[in-house]
Design a protein around this ligand. Structure first.
Ligand code: ACM
Length: 687
């Protein structure tokens, strides 16, 4: 029986043939697909025995009674199997544990909580699938794994014979959705909860209030949502519905009310709690702003006592996130009463004043049975040990908190709004083997969260910024496969293919990261297929660089090519991979030929786009097409020389011209093209 290591060695052999170069081999490669499960289970052994065939006899049922959420999950599982395979689930077998193909044993019902046992085991033989878990939530996780194992080969659907024993590495595996800067309605949140469930993320952190909007109905202080949201807020009924939907999928919902800064929207209705007189308006732009709660007045704490009393009853999780980030305290500096208060109480800095505020808020939360979590700025040692530090400015705060006995979660390195490559997130492990922490201290690292800040996304494109990269983060937090920890070209190739498969799976289960792009493309061009192909080599500018080119506000339409393009542009990795193989002398003749074909097709696509003039504001897309076409021509020349061992005609190519951002996008072919050029130059094949 192959162990995990030898299985991976085998996998490496199987998948080193690039999929885009040899699509027929790729699709027929039945064996490799079983390794596409994401997150990869902690222990999975594929047996040599015959696989389980999913056919019209199939049904799934619970063996020992099931909680409501497990019943829902088994039904949902059956529906998804049915839709994927086209089989009609056998209704007669459905509740018959003797004949059911999948039998689920879950010992206990468990609420979605931080100490929930999520472990499970699966055994698949040709006759039956047995899923066992201590809790119904563990069973839910197992069902998601089995669903991803279904594969098609030789005209039939199978689940490979295997044995899995799985349990998460970290208990807190989150996705933060910012619904303040751009409002996200219920259906957007729900379909992203589906995505979370599919990859075993278990905390939905809702960033509900910021300068740009207060997004939850508050009955005690109705001007919060009434004046702070333009009418775009979640009612309490909707919040309850979201919580139920998430909890039914074993997912907690942690609300964030960011205070004392990031709070302009609160003051539109209640300026009396701010540190400077109003009036205030909802902030339309993005950045760090001055409005800030006045921490020196007792009335502020009376307000928060009532506010958190109401919100503690609405949200059922034991944690409430108080934000606490990026408060520069400018309103505090300018307020004589606040300065006098600081002096009287011996507060030497704004940080000390904020620590006083945090402590008061923490007491209020405690009164309502809640624990506090906040961004790393909230840290001060006089806080009780049950708080959680949310590390975003770097891993140091996570390490420091753990050393001092405080729990923490990591988001530094998981900012999916910054449009970095999936590899950047994947190789950002909260607990790499060389981390300087004792085994006791390591227990304080609860996990991490992908953060989807919403300055530059709206309901149309938010899915494509979250997925599939959040699936990669989910894998780091669930299993963190050590075999992939080395950042090599070969490992990246395997990962790339696995991310691509995760993306397809997420598409199947209803996340709209692919389908919404098609709708957006059709909105901005009459030739959506052509533009889609051109954008396969363009990625949005990373980090905060887009803000250098456009002064974004809530009313910017977000309907440009850059809003449709995605990080990890489909052809960019594949071209880098090809060049990587060429310059290490590994590329076969066929690979180079196939590369030439792909680049030629792209050049042709650009030509077609440019020939048929478009309506509307598409000037910037024409520039993208021109630039792509021109670089494709250079690359083709280079690949031709390589293949035919001739000289490249141009003395120099101005790669910097191609590297310049265009329409807030970057052309991903440039760096590998330059590497290729230098390689050919080294061989003396440049004129
Ligand atoms: C943050 O990104 N300001 C937490």
């Amino acid at each position: 029986m192959p162990g995990k290591k030898s299985l991976f060695a085998l996998l490496v052999l199987f998948v080193l043939i690039p999929s885009f170069l040899f699509p027929q081999i790729y699709s027929e490669n039945y064996k490799q697909q079983q390794n596409d499960v994401m997150p990869y289970p902690r222990n999975m052994v594929i047996n040599r025995g015959l696989p389980f065939e999913v056919n019209n006899e199939f049904s799934a049922t619970s063996a020992i009674g099931a909680s409501k959420k497990l019943t829902l999950a088994i039904n949902d599982f059956s529906e998804k199997i049915s839709r994927k395979t086209g089989i009609v689930i056998n209704e007669e077998n459905k509740f018959n544990s003797k004949s059911a193909g999948l039998l689920v044993y879950a010992e206990n019902e468990s609420p979605a909580g931080i100490i929930t046992d999520e472990s499970y085991t699966v055994e698949v033989t040709q006759y039956r699938i047995i899923l066992k878990a201590k809790t119904d939530i563990g069973a839910l996780r197992g069902l998601q794994t089995i669903l991803q194992l279904v594969q098609f080969a030789n005209g039939k659907y199978y689940i490979p014979a295997c044995r899995i024993s799985d349990t998460p590495r970290f208990p807190w595996r989150g996705l933060m959705m910012d619904v303040s800067r751009h409002f996200m309605p219920v259906e957007v949140i729900k379909r992203n909860i589906d995505g979370m469930a599919a990859v075993k993320l278990n905390v939905l952190h809702l960033h509900l209030a910021d300068n740009q909007g207060f997004r939850v109905e508050c009955k005690t202080f109705p001007k919060l949502h009434g004046l702070g949201s333009d009418g775009n807020y979640l009612t309490q009924e909707q919040i309850k519905d979201i919580i139920k939907y998430a909890n039914d999928r074993g997912i907690r919902v942690v609300p964030e009310f960011d205070i004392p800064g990031h709070s302009t929207a609160w003051f539109v209705g209640y300026p009396e709690y701010a540190s400077a007189p109003g009036p205030y308006e909802i902030e339309r732009h993005f950045g760090v702003f001055d409005p800030c709660f006045d921490p020196t007045k007792e009335s502020t704490y009376e307000f928060f006592d009532k506010f958190f009393g109401e919100m503690s009853a609405l949200f059922n999780d034991e944690y409430i996130h108080i934000g606490g980030d990026e408060n520069e305290g400018k309103q505090w500096d300018a307020n004589a009463d606040i300065q006098a208060f600081m002096k009287k109480n011996g507060f030497a800095s704004n940080h000390e004043l904020q620590a006083y505020f945090n402590k008061r808020i923490q007491k209020i939360l405690e009164k309502y049975g809640k624990k506090m979590i906040g961004w790393d700025e909230i840290f001060s040692e006089n806080l009780p040990k049950d708080i959680v530090i949310h590390s975003w400015r770097g891993k140091e705060s996570m390490v420091k908190a753990a050393q001092l006995g405080y729990a923490s979660i990591l988001s530094s390195g998981y900012y999916i709004d910054l449009c970095q490559s999936v590899f950047d997130h994947y190789f950002n492990d909260p607990l790499p083997s060389d981390i300087y922490l004792t085994s006791e201290e390591k227990k304080f690292i609860y996990g991490g969260e992908a953060t989807m800040w919403a300055e530059l996304v709206n309901p149309d494109n938010v899915d494509s910024r979250i997925w599939p990269r959040a699936a990669a983060i989910a894998e780091v937090l669930w299993s963190g496969i050590k075999s992939f920890s080395e950042d090599s070209l070969e490992n990246k190739f395997i990962l790339y293919r696995r991310f691509d498969n995760a993306s397809k799976f997420l598409n199947e289960i209803g996340v709209k990261h692919q389908s919404n792009r098609k709708l957006l493309l059709a909105k901005i061009t009459d030739k959506p297929e052509l533009l889609e192909n051109i954008l396969k080599v363009w990625e949005p500018l990373k980090y905060y660089n887009r803000h250098k080119y456009t002064k974004y506000s809530q009313s910017t339409p977000l309907n440009r090519a850059v809003d449709i393009a995605v990080p990890d542009a489909p052809l960019s990795f594949e071209f880098s991979y090809l060049v990587g193989r060429i310059i290490t002398d590994k590329a076969e003749k066929e690979e180079i030929e196939s590369g030439i074909k792909t680049i030629k097709e792209l050049e042709k696509t650009c030509g077609e786009y440019l020939r048929e003039k478009q309506n509307g504001n598409i000037e910037e897309i024409e520039i993208l097409a021109e630039k792509t076409k021109s670089l494709c021509s250079v690359i083709n020349g280079l690949l031709y020389c390589l293949q035919n061992k001739t000289r490249y005609g141009e003395e120099s190519v101005n790669f910097d011209y191609y590297r310049q951002p265009t329409a807030e996008l970057e052309l991903t072919l440039v760096n590998p093209a330059e590497e290729l050029y230098k390689f050919i130059e080294r061989r003396g094949h440049i004129k």
